[in-house]
Design a protein around this ligand. Structure first.
Ligand code: TRP
Length: 431
C-alpha cells in the first residue's frame, strides 16, 4: 500500500473553540493514528498576517493552537507537526507558483471576490482595504500543500476552491517543468458535525458566538447556561429539531446518551437541567485535556521545542525538494547549463493550442496539439462554428471532465493527466 499523505493547516489568528475541536482537531487527531497515512499538521502563521496586524495575538494564538493539538492527543513523534514560518522554502515555492498562476484565476477566488462585492455594494473602490496578501492567499496555501505533495487535504467546504486552485497550480507547473507535484484533493468528511454557537448560528469567531474550548470549569458552566433556547417551561415537551443545545450535546455524547437526551426533551426536561447535563458531558471530555493544555500554556519553551523538531522533519523534505524545483525552473549553478539535460521539457514551456477549421464536408472541427505540435485530440464535426467554439471553451475550462459530455476523445496514448495539465496551463496563462 502506498502511503497517503494528509496535510492540513490552521490559521493562527484566534482561540480554539468547541466548533474547531469537533470539526477539525478531534477528527484529525483520530485520523493521524490510522495506518498507511503520513500526516502533516501545521500552524499557518503566515496566513494569520493576512487576517490580523496584531503581533501579540499571532504569537498567543500560535501557542494556544499548538497547545490545543497537543492536549487533544496529537503525537508529534508520529506526525509532522510544524509552524509554517519555520519553513523558509514555503515563501520561495509561493513565488514559483505565483509565476504559473493566472491573475484572473485569483480574481475569482471567493474570499477576494467577497471583499470586492462588499465594496461595490457600498459604492467604494473595488479593491478598497484589500491587501495583496488577501489576493495571494490561495497561492500561499497552494505552496503549503504542494511542498509536501499531499494527496488529501481535509478542509471545510469553504476551502474547496482553494484546493482546486492548488491542483491547477500543480498541473500548470508540471506541464511547464515536468512532473514534480502530486495533484491534491480536498477531503470533506460529511460525518463531522458543524456546531451551532451560543446564538444558534454556526459557531464562528466572526459571529462572536463561540464557546472557547479551554476555559476554567466555572466559566464553561456560565457559557453553557447562556445558550439560547426557546421559552418552553419545565414539563413542556421540547423539540430537538433546531436546538443548539441538543446538537452540541450530540457532538460529544455516545448514541445511547443522545437517545436518553432525546427522551428527556420529549418528556419536558427543564432547560436549566438540560444545560446542566450538557455542561457535565462537555466537561467530562474536556477536563483531562484542560490539564495538559494548561501545562503547555505555562511551558511555551516545551511547545517551541516540539515545533522546531517538527520543522526539522518538514525541512528534511522541503529543502531537497526546493533544490529540485529551483533546478527545474532554471535557478541553477551556471556551469550546470553547459550540458543541457536531455530530459528537459523545453518544448513544453510553450503552450498547447487549439485550431478550429472547416472541412470539405462543410462541418466545423477543432484539434488540440501540444507545444511541440504533437496532436492530442481530433474533434468530431460540428454543424455550427459557434458549437465548435463552445466545445473548445468548455474543454479548456473543465479539461478531462468535459470529454465525455462533449462526445470527444483523446488520441491513443494521450493520458487524461496530459490533457488536464495542458488545459490548466492555458487557463493560468490567460488568467
Ligand atoms: N486556509 C485555511 C483555513 O483558513 C488554513 C490553511 C492554510 C490550510 N494553508 C492550508 C488548510 C493548507 C489546508 C491546507 O482554514
Amino acid at each position: 500500500m502506498t502511503v497517503q499523505r494528509v496535510l492540513t493547516g490552521i490559521t493562527t489568528s484566534g482561540t480554539p473553540h468547541l466548533g474547531n475541536y469537533v470539526g477539525a482537531v478531534r477528527p484529525s487527531v483520530q485520523a493521524s493514528t490510522r495506518p498507511g497515512v503520513q500526516s502533516f499538521y501545521f500552524l499557518a502563521d503566515y496566513h494569520a498576517l493576512i487576517k490580523t496586524g496584531d503581533p501579540a495575538r499571532v504569537q498567543r494564538s500560535t501557542l494556544e493552537i499548538a497547545a490545543t493539538w497537543l492536549a487533544a492527543g496529537l503525537d508529534p513523534e508520529r506526525v509532522v507537526f510544524y509552524r509554517q514560518s519555520d519553513i523558509p522554502e514555503i515563501p520561495e515555492l509561493t513565488w514559483f507558483l505565483t509565476c504559473v498562476t493566472g491573475k484572473g484565476v485569483l480574481n475569482r477566488a471567493h474570499a477576494y471576490k467577497a471583499s470586492v462585492d462588499k465594496n461595490t455594494a457600498a459604492g467604494t473602490e473595488p479593491d478598497d482595504g484589500v491587501t495583496a496578501g488577501l489576493f495571494m492567499y490561495p497561492v500561499l496555501m497552494g505552496a503549503d500543500i504542494l511542498m509536501f505533495n499531499a494527496h488529501q487535504v481535509p478542509v471545510g467546504r469553504d476551502q474547496i476552491q482553494h484546493i482546486e486552485m492548488a491542483r491547477d497550480m500543480a498541473a500548470s507547473f508540471n506541464h511547464l517543468y515536468g512532473e514534480h507535484f502530486t495533484l491534491p484533493e480536498a477531503a470533506i468528511d460529511d460525518n463531522v458535525a458543524t456546531l451551532p454557537g451560543l446564538d444558534g448560528r454556526k459557531m464562528s469567531k466572526s459571529y462572536d458566538n463561540t464557546i472557547p474550548l479551554f476555559v476554567p470549569r466555572e466559566q464553561l458552566k456560565k457559557l453553557v447556561m447562556g445558550l439560547l433556547t426557546d421559552s418552553r417551561a419545565p414539563g413542556e415537551p421540547k423539540s430537538t429539531e433546531g436546538s443548539a443545545l441538543f446538537q452540541i450535546y450530540q457532538a460529544f455524547a455516545t448514541s445511547d446518551e443522545t437517545d436518553a437526551m432525546r427522551q428527556a426533551f420529549a418528556s419536558g426536561i427543564a432547560w436549566g437541567e438540560a444545560k446542566q447535563q450538557l455542561f457535565e458531558r462537555l466537561d467530562a471530555e474536556i477536563a483531562p485535556m484542560r490539564a495538559a493544555y494548561e501545562h503547555y500554556m505555562t511551558h511555551p519553551d516545551e511547545v517551541e521545542r516540539i515545533l522546531l523538531a517538527g520543522a526539522a522533519k518538514a525541512r528534511a523534505i522541503a529543502t531537497p525538494f526546493t533544490q529540485q524545483l529551483r533546478h527545474a525552473v532554471g535557478l541553477r549553478h551556471l556551469a550546470a547549463g553547459a550540458t543541457p539535460a536531455k530530459a528537459e521539457k523545453t518544448a513544453k514551456a510553450a503552450l498547447a493550442a487549439f485550431k478550429q477549421y472547416r472541412e470539405k464536408d462543410g462541418l466545423f472541427y477543432f484539434k488540440l496539439a501540444d507545444a511541440s505540435g504533437q496532436l492530442l485530440l481530433q474533434s468530431t464535426g460540428f454543424d455550427q462554428p459557434k458549437a465548435c467554439g463552445a466545445a473548445i471553451a468548455r474543454l479548456q475550462a473543465e479539461g478531462n471532465a468535459a470529454l465525455e459530455p462533449l462526445g470527444q476523445s483523446l488520441l491513443p496514448g494521450v493520458t487524461t493527466d496530459t490533457l488536464d495539465g495542458a488545459m490548466a496551463a492555458l487557463r493560468n496563462a490567460k488568467g
